[in-house]
Design a binder for this molecule. Sequence first.
Ligand code: SCD
Length: 703
Amino acid sequence: MADINDWQALATKEVKGRDLNWQTPEGITVKPLYTADDVSVDPGLPGFAPFTRGVRASMYAGRPWTIRQYAGFSTAEESNAFYRRNLAAGQKGLSVAFDLATHRGYDSDHPRVVGDVGKAGVAIDSVEDMKILFDGIPLDQMSVSMTMNGAVIPILAFFIVAGEEQGVDRKLLDGTIQNDILKEFMVRNTYIYPPEPSMRIISDIFGYTSREMPKFNSISISGYHMQEAGATQVQELAFTIADGMEYVKYGVASGLDIDKFAGRLSFFFAIGMNFFMEVAKLRAARVLWHRVMTKLGAKDERSKMLRTHCQTSGVSLQEQDPYNNVIRTTIEAMAAMLGGTQSLHTNALDEAIALPTDFSARIARNTQIIIQEETGMCNVVDPLGGSYYIESLTQNLVDRAWEIIERVESEGGMAKAVAAGWPKAMIEEAAAGRQARVDRGEDVIVGVNKYRLANEDLLETLEVDNVAVREGQIARIKAVKASRDEGKCQAALAALTEGARGNGNLLELAVEAARHRATLGEISDAMEAVFGRHGTVPTPVKGVYGAAYAGDSRYQQVLDGVAAVTRRLDRAPRMLVAKMGQDGHDRGANVIASAFTDMGFDVTSGPLFQTPEEACKLALEKDVDAVGASSLAAGHKTLIPALIGLLREAGRPDIKVVAGGVIPPQDYDYLREAGVQGIYGPGSNVVECAADMLRLLGHNMPP
Ligand code: SCD
């Protein structure tokens, strides 16, 4: 029989000596062939420690994963109707997306959130909205996930009281709250309070839910947003598990018994296009969590079992040739199920540019239904188990992630690492590297940097009338405030502030305030009075993009162009990268700031969450030549024209304004008429964006 040396000789001959090894972004060398010699660890059996092959013995043969589509937009009424339509069409669990005003603890009538209300999720201001959201949906039968981190206390309180008023005992409430603040400080940015009180909030939620809500998952420890921000799979894996460790340590330090709350910790991962890597990642995550929890002293096997939700990758979706996104999502969905997820969201094909329509949501949902009901794929547990490649890759990921976890631990845990900033810097470096590989065509994206269409058909997208939603919400806030017992409400809010100052359980106190119709903003403010509000200024990495482009002729043309403009102005061209509104997605803004800095621009990265007034003030102070406004949460039609108006009023119509991010092509004309001079959607080449900018600055840039 042929051995590996015979194979090596034959393969080398076939490819005439070409190297077939593949270097992945996480630094793993993937060989063209795996054999039994590459497998060093027996993966065991599903349902048994360390759960490499799945947390259940029968897995999907016993019960398929939950089809759980993340959704929410405009008002509670509209979102409720959308949920009901989806459940009738085969969806199995709910997953609520809140708008950014809600995330950041502002009521819809707050002046900072004019562009955000009802846009990227549903607006929830009080328990009355929450009751409408779940009208006709029995909360003792439907499991509900809520993606909330910043305003987690009022939202969970509203949910509990909405259940109560539906007649559902909180012991029967089934679902998950995201409640994962560490990754917010690292990548997602919908925090409210500084890190220390934010960690206390999490322990208070563990305490309350483990006592009062035994069926409820108290956290969804999320790597998803790390991968979206550009993390490699190893980084996503390591930092997520390290975050989980930190939460467990805080819970234990607050006096909780580890086995009383650990069984209700859950996870959330992104599933991107590196198919086998993603399958192996979920298997590796289970092995790592089992190892970590054993180290932390858990005795109950359920405490060591990593149960996870997955979502197909948002950043892998493209605006160009968007039906390709259906194919991408199908491949990613298969990786999630072959990796053994418990619950899954499949993205809609238009999610790169807008909120899903009924049409795109149907295809996304049916992607999962077809896998579950047409393919027979659920009948065998962990069908890739025993594959030499998968088993080897699983072990490789375990080892690499473990190295990072050990570094985190040696430096005092994840809260300290996040404060020091190195995990975020590591992720941003990976993001800049990926952008450069895409721009150079080394990482292929079909329809974007290869096989691009000459003409794109316009895709119909959903638009929310933000002004109408905001007016409706403001009317409801007024009605709620007018009909409540003001004395009782204020007393409950005062008790919450007292509890924040001392050590009262914040969720318990907020439930009381919610019963008395305190609003989300009031409950948040009651804690902010003690904790303060956290703000950060981004510090993008330097040198990564430039290094990846060294020697490239087009890049050199841009460098020459920047040098020419610099000579003419007698200083480098100045640009402000502005993030207005409550949208905290800063990967794109950071990549632009980092790449433009490498190209010689003098870049100011504005703080997150600016109002147009604040962005205008900063642009004037820095005397910039241009502002690049990054918008990923649908506030572009309100916020960017407002900024342009303010610059004009200030006598600086000469400052060029360009826009980038998630902007439907339908809105391009509107923005151009408002004075936006360049619009860059997903898939834009950063070097070409810089070339355009040089043109705007009067340089004769070759095409
Ligand atoms: C499962 N069960 C079985 C079984 N499989 N019983 C017998 N045999 C089998 N084979 C049981 C389970 O034990 C459980 O019961 C019940 O069935 C439900 O199964 P589950 O596996 O727990 O599934 P589910 O209820 O769906 O819970 C899945 C998670 C949960 C644990 C992962 O935390 C969850 O639903 N998470 C979703 C998070 C989410 O939607 N996030 C969206 C994020 P018991 O419970 O009695 O044991 C969106 C986001 O952030 C987007 C980006 C952004 O906004 O920035």
